[in-house]
Design a protein around this ligand. Structure first.
Ligand SMILES: [Zn+2]
Length: 125
């Protein structure tokens, strides 16, 4: 038990050292908007609910009601499904339908499972 605590502490500490070093070396960092996937300098990005948005889409994110329209668990045997989810999102964006993909992690039987949830604007709102 104490060994795993030590392990977690090492991970957390190295994460903060890494963040400190990368912040120090790059004065400006680039971030990708969760809706349009365009890359912006960090000063033009607003982070809401742990997701980066460009200023225009931050407004859309706050003003809209979102609902999950697709959900994919990222496991080695369904890599294709997660790629397709991103492709669908890009196609929808080109059609003028806004959406974003939110990543969530959960632990099942000692394994970390990543779930991608594709949110789109709720119909009729
Ligand atoms: Zn955007």
């Amino acid at each position: 038990m104490s060994e795993s605590y030590l392990y977690i502490t090492i991970i957390v500490v190295s994460y903060f050292i890494f963040r400190y070093l990368t912040k120090k070396n790059n004065q400006s960092t680039l971030s990708e908007c969760s809706i349009c996937n365009e890359v912006f300098d960090e000063i033009h990005i607003l982070e809401i609910d742990d997701m980066p948005f460009c200023k225009a889409h931050a407004k859309d994110y706050i003003d809209s009601n979102w609902e999950i329209c697709a959900q994919v668990d990222c496991t080695p045997d369904n890599e294709k499904a997660s790629v397709e989810l991103y492709e669908n999102k890009l196609l929808d964006y080109k059609k003028g339908e806004l959406g974003f993909i939110k990543t969530a992690y959960r632990e099942t039987l000692g394994e970390i499972i990543t779930t991608l949830s594709y949110y789109k604007v709720k119909k009729g709102s």
